[in-house]
Design a binder for this molecule. Structure first.
Ligand code: AMP
Ligand code: ZN
Length: 113
């Protein structure tokens, strides 16, 4: 499969892993947009948020659970963090394998401006 994140899961492309189990992988973003910038992905190849189905309910819950766990481990649970999913072109999605960005470690601007 010609998918960057599937290759990271396989190990044919290296990554700086911070969490892994049979269903979920998390690793440092190669081009961090914040002091903490970690990507959390399902091992199942799901291209976008639009492709998530009810079958994936437990998996989605687990991805959020892993995000909470990593935020705590990184010491940003109390200071705060942002979880982002970019969906499709106007959402700014570049890699078409579902992922959550965990961003933190500095003050972020409110989206309300
Ligand atoms: P998105 O724009 O939401 O699709 O985000 C894709 C993210 O993947 C970007 O933040 C990239 O910096 C990141 N990225 C691209 N290639 C790699 C890589 N080899 N290892 C880690 N992160 C990557
Ligand atoms: Zn993939």
């Amino acid at each position: 499969m010609d998918c960057l994140f599937c290759k990271i899961i396989e190990g044919s492309i290296p990554s700086k892993k911070v969490f892994e189990n049979d269903r979920v992988l998390a690793f440092h973003d190669i081009q961090p947009a914040a002091p903490v910038h970690i990507l959390i992905i399902p091992k199942k190849h799901i291209p976008t948020m639009n492709d998530v189905t009810e079958e994936d309910d437990a998996l989605m819950a687990e991805i959020f659970s892993v995000a909470r766990h990593i935020a705590k481990e990184q010491g940003i649970d109390e200071s705060g963090y942002r979880l982002v999913n970019n969906c499709n072109a106007e959402g700014g999605q570049v890699v078409y394998h579902l992922h959550l960005h965990l961003l933190g470690g500095h003050q972020m601007k409110s989206l309300a401006g």
